[in-house]
Design a protein around this ligand. Structure first.
Ligand code: AGV
Ligand code: CA
Length: 384
């Protein structure tokens, strides 16, 4: 009996090894689009996954053509940590004729590291026909504390989930992210809308460095926080912090400074983004409707994320915040007085309602169907 079990186990192991070992070869031969491989999951545990690989046979993406920027377009700076849904938010805004993206700033405290994050942002500019948009990076450590994103996530976004973009020949901006933010806001004849899609390290530093910065902004729209719903760091970390959302958690002191700055703030927390899950249905519709390099690239991104879509734990967090910048009627808002808890402890990074808080506009609901329609149209270059 014991012997039979042993033989069965050995056979199972042999089949497993064969599958893992032969996968890359079969993919190269074009015989396999899915492959078993060993991956670290969100908590850093090693697991065996069956997932699509970037087929070497995927055709290279061509540079896209930008829509002409309207004369009265909204000037926007995107401050981003260059995660996959940040790519979606960036491409959404670059494809909208009513938005003029003036700069992209990357913080070194989010999901991407500075080098790959800046490279990928420059290359997204090519994909959307805007290779001249300046891109700069900021500091690599939070203003306080040491909360970092999981290494496995950082590796995945740094290498574009194994995908490729057309190369941008332009170098990164000569300025730092904070210098670029401050200069664009100072020089803009119209007040700039700042869209913050990662930890608030750069935004806090710009507010500190330039006392005129807050007053010259039209609005800071922040994807971050969780007010009346659980946070999301506990889903990936084995900690008991059920309150914090990643972007606030990764640099809580920066968030506290931004909240207290007096700048006009629209917060798009998990309360609102829970209404924008990345669904298989949307993925399939995009599959039937992808006529631009930007739409094709996001289709490839979602293909790499297909198992996350099936599991229901991927959201269009940042793309929703970007869409709200262009069309406020997508969301329902409430005025709230909030603090970002920035001391170390089980609630570090929480965004809480408080009598000592700072007034801001908080999105608490989003219209999923209208968001998806706007997103699909913009990716395909169909003007609103
Ligand atoms: O908390 C949402 C923020 C967004 O800016 N990011 C992802 C978006 O870019 C962090 C995050 C939370 N859950 C994640 C995240 C997950 N499961 N995978 C990757 N990033
Ligand atoms: Ca982000």
């Amino acid at each position: 009996m014991k012997r039979k079990l042993l033989i069965a186990a050995l056979c199972g192991l042999a089949v497993l090894i064969l599958l893992v070992a032969s996968g890359p070869l079969l993919v190269r031969l074009g015989l396999l689009k899915m492959v078993f491989y060993i991956q670290k999951d969100e908590a850093g545990h090693v697991r065996l996954v069956y997932a699509p690989v970037q087929p070497a046979s995927l055709p290279a993406l061509k540079p896209g053509v930008a829509p002409p920027v309207a004369a009265d377009a909204l000037p926007v700076i995107i401050d981003t940590d260059m995660a996959p849904d940040d790519w979606m938010a960036i491409l959404y805004l670059l494809q909208r004729p009513d938005v003029d993206v003036r700069a992209i700033t990357v913080m070194g405290t989010g999901e991407a590291h500075c080098g790959p994050g800046v490279r990928n942002a420059l290359d997204l500019g090519v994909l959307a026909g805007r290779p001249e948009i300046p891109v700069a990076c900021g500091r690599q450590t939070p203003l306080a504390g040491d909360h970092a994103f999981p290494a496995a996530w950082r590796e995945g976004v740094d290498n574009l989930l194994g995908l490729a973009l057309p190369r941008n020949p332009n170098p990164p901006a000569a300025e730092s992210a904070v210098e670029l933010l401050a200069r664009i806001v100072r020089e803009s004849p119209r007040r700039v809308h700042l869209l913050a899609l990662g930890p608030l390290t750069n935004v806090a530093e710009a507010l500190e460095a330039d006392p005129t910065f807050a007053g010259n902004l039209h609005m800071i729209t922040i994807m971050g926080g969780a007010v009346s719903v659980p946070g999301n760091v506990h889903l990936a970390l084995d900690n008991a912090n059920e309150w914090a959302e990643w972007n606030i958690y990764a640099d809580p002191h920066a968030a506290a400074l931004v909240f207290a700055s007096g700048a006009p703030i629209t917060l798009v927390p998990l309360d609102a983004t829970q209404y924008a899950p990345a669904t298989l249905d949307f993925y399939r519709r995009l599959g039937q409707d992808r006529t631009t390099p930007a739409a094709e690239f996001i289709y490839r991104v979602l293909t790499q994320k297909e198992s996350d879509l099936r599991a229901g734990w991927y959201y269009f967090w940042d793309a929703l915040a970007a869409a709200i910048v262009t069309d406020e009627s997508l969301a329902t808002f409430q005025e709230m007085s909030l603090v970002a808890i920035d001391h170390e402890g089980p609630q570090s990074g929480r965004t809480a309602v408080s009598g000592n808080g700072h007034p801001m506009r908080v999105a608490t609901f989003a219209d999923q169907a209208r968001f998806e329609a706007l997103f699909l149209d913009a990716l395909n270059g169909r003007a609103p």
